[in-house]
Design a protein around this ligand. Structure first.
Ligand SMILES: [Fe+2]
Length: 214
């Protein structure tokens, strides 16, 4: 994938004298700080990640800062762009804006860190799997579909590091979704993907997850 579609934040100051990109950066910074405070207070749990999702849903309400005009999908009409919005200096928090055309799918995989996915616009099916084998063989896993979540405005999904999911973008509109991770994705070298047919477990392509735009 290429870097086509680099966002071009408007440079015209608003009433407060801030440009759109300054407003965005300031809001992203304060959002991350609110989330970090929750994690400092409560640790990383299903509950604290649910609170994290609520805060990201607030951020997603700022449609003027996060739009397909500013963050366009690939001009080819297929595939996806991943824009990096924020990475903590120690790479412990990383927020991306993923823009995906319908037809974009992933194989089941884990993240080896926590993750929250929140929609600004568009719909992405997340299939969530459970392992039914004993986990003894690092190269084999038997998965069962546990449930599906349609991620859309107001419905986020959150994962702990060992949770397994796949994504499926359907319909006819591109998605614009926040992906917040507990580590910058390019630092995650231990992630694995799962073959539903054969049970094979293999490394998940690291380069696939590098920001490819912005
Ligand atoms: Fe994922």
């Amino acid at each position: 994938m290429t870097s086509q579609g680099t966002p071009t934040p408007a440079s015209t100051p608003n009433a407060e004298g801030n440009t759109l990109s300054q407003s965005r950066d300031s809001l992203v910074q304060s959002t991350i700080e609110r989330i970090r405070q929750i994690h400092r207070d409560d640790g990383i749990t299903r509950e604290s990640l649910a609170s994290t999702a609520k805060i990201l849903e607030e951020l997603a309400e700022n449609k003027a800062l996060f739009s397909l005009e500013l963050y366009p999908p690939p001009a080819s009409g297929e595939g996806s762009h991943r824009f990096e919005l924020y990475t903590q200096p120690d790479q412990s928090y990383a927020l991306y804006l993923n823009v995906q055309h319908p037809g974009k799918n992933s194989v089941p995989h884990d993240h080896k860190t926590w993750a929250v996915i929140t929609a600004v616009q568009g719909q992405e099916i997340n299939r969530i799997y459970r392992r039914t084998d004993d986990g003894a063989d690092p190269q084999y896993a038997k998965l069962e579909l546990e449930r599906e979540v349609l991620v859309e405005v107001g419905t986020s999904v959150a994962y702990l590091g060992d949770d397994i999911h796949s994504i499926h973008v359907q319909g006819n509109q591109p998605t614009l979704h926040f992906h917040l991770y507990g580590r910058a994705l390019e630092t995650l070298t231990e992630r694995v993907a799962f073959d539903l047919e054969t049970g094979a477990v293999r490394p998940y392509n690291q380069s696939f997850w590098k920001p490819n735009a912005g």
